[in-house]
Design a protein around this ligand. Sequence first.
Ligand code: HEM
Length: 198
Amino acid sequence: MVWMFSVLCSLAIMGISGIVPLDGTPLASDEPPGFLLLWTRYSAHLAFFFLLAAFLASTARRRWRHPATRVLMSYRRQLGLGFATAHAFHLAALTLFLLNLEGFSATASLAVAAFGYVVTTALAVTSNNWSVRRLGVNQWRLLHTTGINILMLYFFVAFGAAFIQKGDTVYAVYVFAIIGAVVAKVSARETRLQRATE
Ligand code: HEM
């Protein structure tokens, strides 16, 4: 269900990116941004919301024993797959954008960014009970904790860089949301460890 919601949102984002550009802006335009660049940007923002929700689900559940956090927790795997889906749309959009970009050439930073997709794929294909059994709970948890932290770091760097370049408030909000989410997770874990040793 959440996965389908991610597909629908991704299609909506694609549609919005087609409507927003000014009249006559070529599809692959870089400045002003055309359809492909806006689609690349907006699809990344959508993917971020799914990732953040998956990242925060267990922390929210530990802090608030509310039915809403129970629902969030029970959909955590689907939220992760929702992220992978939305991020696949980012890949499609950026591929089309870069293929049409004059003078584009692969650099080392492209390889670093592409590694984010290796991580995303590893998490997506192991998001099932069979993989938990096959890897063992501890290995599986290590893979998923490390992977989701790496992806959060990627978004932190991407939004941080966008904020430095463009100065838009929305990027600062995203950066603070990531910092807040990490602080909340670490403090929830410390509280749990403290309780366990008492
Ligand atoms: C885990 C991997 C990735 C993450 C987390 C990520 C994240 C993001 C984010 C957050 C944005 C929006 C920035 C903005 O609003 O200005 C973005 C835009 C973009 N990304 Fe990705 N991305 C990833 C992989 C890649 C890869 C492999 C490429 C290929 C080169 C790429 C190319 C782009 C491009 C061209 C844009 C538009 C930049 C602009 O606005 O000028 N991304 N990405």
